[in-house]
Ligand binder design. Structure first.
Ligand SMILES: O=P(O)(O)OC[C@H]1O[C@H](OP(=O)(O)OP(=O)(O)O)[C@H](O)[C@@H]1O
Ligand SMILES: O=c1cc[nH]c(=O)[nH]1
Ligand SMILES: [Mg+2]
Length: 209
């Protein structure tokens, strides 16, 4: 079963509450989503492998840790996932970025895939699939299906707000994928929105309403 990690760091919780406010505009929403993404990138990279490296300080030669150079890629689920990419790149600037386009049909709530462009070697990379919202889980499940079909083996899902329904569905569909979120909310409403949630993340990020 994929582990659920709720990042309860005070800075993350504070920033998440800021963007829940319906009166926060596009510019601040975008900025704070990226700030939370940076803080989450710090948490989700905790288990990155390190190796011993010899370094000469002004005082002495010593052996200390550096990253072992594991390849990673950030995979935003368009559109809303794009809002988290720059925040991740702040900490992992050399990461490749693969895009997967997905929108939910408003009536059926089923996701529809419309774009996939991945680095050629995703089978050798750790992938961070980013999307602020995990609602029914349909979009994340289909995105991860598409990545596995292309050879991906190591995947983490990183979101901001999730409904319990989405967490359960994703854990059942992809038990090998750990889930990192900033907030686990109450439930979905009849339109498939997370309660209390933060509204439509894509519309709030890009000002399309
Ligand atoms: O868990 P689910 O029920 O699949 O819902 C979550 C999806 O819905 C939103 O995307 P949306 O369809 O609004 O597309 P957008 O990002 O282009 O606005 C969100 O960004 C997720 O991708
Ligand atoms: O609450 C929700 C659910 C799905 N997608 C969103 O952007 N918000
Ligand atoms: Mg949307």
């Amino acid at each position: 079963m994929g582990e659920l990690h709720v990042i309860d760091h005070p800075l993350v919780q504070h920033k998440l509450t800021i963007i829940r406010n319906k009166d926060v505009g596009t510019q601040q929403f975008r900025q704070v989503v990226n700030e939370i993404a940076t803080l989450m990138a710090y948490e989700v990279t905790r288990d990155m492998p390190t190796e011993d490296t010899v370094v000469e300080t002004p005082i002495a030669k010593t052996t200390k840790k550096t990253l072992a150079g594991k390849k990673v890629a950030i995979v935003p689920i368009l559109r809303a996932g794009l809002g988290m990419v720059d925040g991740f790149l702040e900490l992992i600037p050399a990461a490749k970025v693969g895009h997967i386009g997905m929108y939910r049909d408003h009536k059926t709530l089923k996701p529809i895939e419309y774009f996939v462009k991945m680095p050629s070697d995703i089978d050798q990379r750790e992938l961070f699939v980013v999307d602020p919202m995990l609602a029914t889980g349909g979009s994340a499940i289909m995105a991860i299906d598409a990545l596995k079909k292309r050879g991906a083996k190591q995947i983490k899902f990183v979101g901001l707000v999730a409904a319990p329904e989405g967490v359960k569905a994703l854990q059942e569909a992809h038990p090998d994928v750990d889930i990192y979120i900033a907030g686990l909310d109450d439930r979905l409403n009849e339109d498939g929105y997370i309660i209390p949630g933060l509204g439509d993340a894509g519309d709030r990020l890009f000002g399309t309403k």
